[in-house]
Design a protein around this ligand. Structure first.
Ligand code: NDP
Length: 331
């Protein structure tokens, strides 16, 4: 059972030496447990935060521990009355080839209803994040102008599409012409801004002339500053994440123009998706309905490899190399 463990706490960008690849015998499930083989591993920006020893919404991953990760397991051996060999479950089972579970935190998923990787994307944590972040925290109303950063990523691509379902005008901010073309083409965004080649502040003036009602922020940094400068009256700024700041060696760069909140009588609110766990089932049902009737497109960026490819795959997020939900598919 090959596993990726945290060898030491990274400083800034995560380096190969921060990880250890270890091997131990594949365990047998005791009574009341099952053994699952990892088929798909979720690779998430939040993982960077879990490596730091500082107070957060989850305890840090300990030195020497198997790296925390969500995944899809296939049940390969079962001594649990509720799980049969050949079934699939999602849960937080870590970066390892096999995992034991007593069923707690395991959710059965049906590959007949959606492709398995989609349960790590649109029908999984990113889907829940987009849904509750936009509709609850953002308190979205029909006809509003929504701007989302990290727009071609797992969460952002869903945020924009949900806003379109709700009858809003949607502007996405993403890195690169291909991503922008995907947003305004297949996903039906009204406009896209390439933060690598365009002046975001000026582009927002063109694409959101009446101001931004909801800004859904996945990246922080200078793009957050630019969005704050274009808020409409009573705007909501949803603080979902700030990936541009996760590898900082020093302090997080805060907005230099937060007084825009005062002038525009706006609010800025953070959230953690886990707080909505009691309502995931309802949200997943609605998202699945939109997937089925074609109003929502789920895209996963699959990297094929072994658990040893996890460190390099994680880095892809910070290089902006993924379009859609980044997933490591284990051979
Ligand atoms: P994505 O699929 O969006 O991948 C990350 C993307 O971030 C990259 O593809 C890249 O896109 C962009 N990016 C990377 N570095 C920078 C930078 N310096 N400036 C601007 N953009 C950058 O990841 P997820 O959808 O999984 O996560 C999106 C955000 O949501 C993250 O901040 C994550 O931490 C947060 N999150 C928060 C949750 C919560 O409960 N609050 C739950 C889940 C996720 P590009 O090429 O377009 O620049």
């Amino acid at each position: 059972n090959r596993q990726i463990r945290l060898a030491r706490r990274p400083v800034g960008v995560v380096r190969p030496e921060d990880w250890a690849s270890t091997e131990e015998p594949v365990p047998s499930p005791p009574e009341g447990w099952f053994l699952g083989r990892t088929r798909y591993l979720s690779v998430d920006p939040a993982m960077r935060g879990w490596l730091d020893d500082r107070p957060s919404y989850l305890p840090p991953v300990g030195i020497g521990e198997v790296m925390r990760a969500g995944s899809v397991l296939e049940v390969v051996e079962s001594a649990h009355p509720g799980y049969r060999v050949g079934e699939f479950v999602t849960g937080t089972f870590g970066v390892q080839e096999y995992a034991l579970s007593d069923g707690s935190g395991a959710h059965r998923v049906d590959p007949g209803l959606a492709p398995l990787p989609t349960y790590l994307g649109a029908l999984g944590m990113p889907g829940m994040t987009a849904y509750f972040g936009l509709l609850e925290v953002g308190a979205l109303r029909e006809g509003e102008t929504v701007v989302v950063s990290g727009a071609a990523g797992a969460v952002g691509s869903l945020v924009g599409q949900i806003a379109k379902v709700k009858g809003c005008r949607v502007v996405g901010i993403a890195g690169g012409a291909d991503k922008c073309a995907w947003l305004t083409g297949e996903l039906g965004f009204d406009a896209a801004i390439d933060h690598r080649s365009e002046d975001v502040r000026r582009a927002l003036r063109d694409h959101a002339p009446d101001g931004i009602d909801v800004y859904f922020d996945n990246v922080g940094g200078p793009i957050l500053d630019a969005a704050l400068s274009r808020l409409a009256l009573h705007a909501r700024v949803v603080v979902c994440g700030a990936i541009s700041q996760y590898n900082n060696e020093g302090a997080v760069q805060g907005p230099s123009n937060y007084l825009a909140l005062l002038v525009r009588r706006a609010r800025m609110e953070g959230f953690v998706v886990f707080d909505y766990a009691a309502r995931y089932r309802d949200a997943a049902r609605e998202l699945a309905g939109w997937l089925a009737d074609g109003r929502l497109t789920a895209r996963e960026h699959l990297v094929k490899g072994g658990v040893d490819d996890f460190p390099a795959t994680l880095q892809l997020l910070f290089d902006g190399a993924n379009t859609g939900k980044l997933v490591l598919e284990l051979a």
